[in-house]
Design a protein. Sequence first.
Length: 58
Amino acid sequence: MTLPSDPFMLLSMINMKLRDDYPSLDELCAAEDIDRNELESRLREAGFDYLPEANQFR
C-alpha cells in the first residue's frame, strides 16, 4: 500500500481503515504491509498518537 505523504490525508485513511476494516493497528499493518514504527512516527510528527482503546489516531 502506498501511504499519502500529507499527514492529514494519512490520518484520515488510516483511521477509516481502522474503523471499517481492522480491529487493531497491528492487524492493519500486517495485512497492508505497513511498517508500524514508520507509520506511528510520521503521525506523531504531525501531533497524532495511536489510542488502542479507541482504535484510532488522535
